[in-house]
Design a protein around this ligand. Structure first.
Ligand code: PEP
Ligand code: MG
Length: 535
């Protein structure tokens, strides 16, 4: 149910809150690609040609406006490149020629873009990979021609709440500053869309049935903690939601200091980041640097130099950083790897397994991490995702240590790794438990599936038992075992994880103050009692 005061009684929708914070504003839906209508008999070729030109001009203008809103960086560069393609005179001439051949404006645009796409695809290599961009532009041009909303992330020029059936990680990464909250019909609590929203401190609700039925411009409130969406708000209710969000953020912003239980037992509170932009003061370092987030849009492998620059930017600003090597595959495809589609991607070549087919990628990345660590003097820890056996951990550790990296670890995301945590720790210096994937693989439940959230709930005793097994192995070996999945940012679960023996919690910056506050209210003994009850 919506909060009282959010709108008329009962006027609300509910989903899963995945990124805390509250926002209110008008909805804008991300439009689906347009469907081409049946071809028309052309009565006035000049009018059709003018419609073609107008559509291309409007796409170019829309993209240029988005370049300005993106305010620089990779997103602006990508949008600028797309604007240049839409403005290409050859493309326009092709479409005009198709009109002369008797096609109506939307079909002429379709023919011109398809022709350009085929030409690029035939050239192979990098240009062939750009061919998908032409599909995106084609959809935009046809939508403009038909008077439909532009597909892709909207850029209305004012703050709004983005509503979509689903968002890809690349969509989420490219959101402009005008998006004040996200609501999607699909997606799960540990999907990468949720993670990226949390990284940006953007309130987000996923698995919200019915949200895409709301008309554009409907004013709603979004509560990213409870998952409540209030519909049809008055101006006063909007102002109240914004005020309470501001006050809560201010209250939590005043919390500071290292993580401690009430009796002083230290628990490192670390940040999960995807780039230097996610760094915030108030944590004790970075516990998970998801390096693949830097390169989601890339069609070509980032060079050694480019990687050194990206890692240096983070290392120079955060003293201690746990860098995860590229975790590609399944819901985080990295196009530059050129991996073939698989029938079961979550069980296929992903994470460290990419090394089986493309070993040079890990070599270059480890070289770049080592170079950035050397030049900044940062306390750089490195770990591999999706480690499954002690042999994999040993192979990774050998290659990292050969480059002078001294703190080498393994993520525990597969039940097999948790069951042999002691043997993994014989090979590496620390473990970091990725509860998002560890839940997915323990419960055989797709982490993106909105209907399986109960199985993906980190309070599930089977998951807690695997975490306890890792923590026990860490205690016996005298080595740190942290949690870096989304469970680490849940303030209610934090004392339980500490009671199980976890030594650090790594989370989105927005979660740090509430986790710190919660831990400070329980002694270690109380945490152990809570853990015993929960597992
Ligand atoms: C995890 O699986 O818990 C994790 C931290 O990695 P990611 O969410 O990036 O897959
Ligand atoms: Mg993972």
């Amino acid at each position: 149910m919506a909060d009282p005061g959010d709108g008329p009684p009962g006027a609300g929708l509910a989903g899963l809150g995945v990124s805390q914070g509250r926002a209110a504003g008008p909805v804008i839906r991300m439009a689906p690609p347009p469907v081409l209508p049946s071809p028309r008999q052309v009565a006035d070729p000049a009018a059709e040609a003018a419609a073609v030109v107008k559509a291309l001009e409007s796409v170019t203008a829309d993209l240029r406006q988005r370049v300005v809103l993106a305010g620089g960086g990779d997103a602006a560069e990508i949008l600028d490149a797309l604007a240049m393609i839409a403005d290409d005179p050859m493309l326009r001439e092709d479409a005009e020629a198709a009109v002369r051949d008797g096609l109506d404006a939307p079909h002429a645009l379709d023919a011109a873009f398809t022709h350009h796409r085929e030409t690029l695809a035939a050239l192979g290599g990098y240009l062939a990979e750009r061919a998908a961009d032409l599909d995106d532009l084609k959809h935009r041009a046809i939508a403009a021609c038909l008077g439909l909303p532009m597909p892709g992330i909207p850029a209305p020029g004012h703050p709004y709440i983005l509503v979509a059936e689903d968002l890809s990680p690349a969509d989420t990464a490219g959101l402009g500053a005008d998006v004040v909250a996200l609501v999607t019909e699909k997606g799960g609590p540990t999907s990468h869309t949720a993670i990226l929203a949390r990284g940006r401190g953007l309130p987000a609700v996923v698995a919200c049935m019915g949200i895409t039925d709301l008309a554009d411009g409907t004013v709603i409130s979004v509560d990213g903690k409870t998952g409540q969406v209030g519909v049809g708000l008055t101006d006063d209710a909007v102002a109240q939601v914004r005020r309470s969000d501001r006050e809560e953020r201010e209250r939590l912003a005043n919390s500071s200091g290292p993580g401690r239980t009430a009796d002083g037992h230290p628990v490192k509170l670390l940040l999960n980041i995807g780039s230097a932009d996610d760094l915030r003061p108030g944590a004790e370092g970075v516990g998970l640097f998801r390096t693949e987030f830097l390169f989601l849009d890339r069609k070509q492998e980032p060079s050694f130099e480019e990687q050194v620059a990206a890692y240096t930017e983070v290392f120079a600003r955060a003293g201690t950083v746990v860098v995860r090597t590229l975790d590609a595959g399944t819901d985080k495809p990295l196009p530059f790897l050129g991996l073939p589609p698989e029938p079961n991607p979550a069980l296929g070549i992903r994470g460290l397994r990419v090394d089986r087919v493309l070993p040079a990628v890990l070599d270059t990345q480890l070289d770049a991490i080592a170079e950035a660590a050397r030049s900044t003097g940062a306390d750089a820890w490195v770990m591999a995702p999706m480690v499954t056996t002690p042999a994999e951990a040993a192979g990774f550790a050998r290659r990292a240590r050969a480059r002078g990296l001294t703190r080498v670890g393994a993520m525990v995301e597969v039940p097999a790794a948790a069951l042999l945590a002691d043997r993994l720790l014989a090979e590496v210096d620390f473990l970091s438990i990725g509860t998002n994937d560890l839940s997915q693989y323990t419960f055989a439940a797709d982490r993106q599936h909105p209907g399986l959230a109960d199985l993906l709930d980190p309070w599930q005793p089977a998951l807690l038992k695997l975490i306890a097994a890792c923590a026990d192995a860490g205690r016996a070996a005298g080595k740190p075992v942290g949690v870096c999945g989304e469970a680490a940012g849940d303030p209610r679960l934090a004392p339980v994880l500490v009671g199980l023996g976890v030594t650090s919690l790594s989370m989105a910056a927005v979660c740090v103050p509430s986790v710190r506050e919660e831990l400070s209210q329980h002694t270690l003994e109380e945490c152990r009692e809570l853990a015993a009850l929960a597992r």
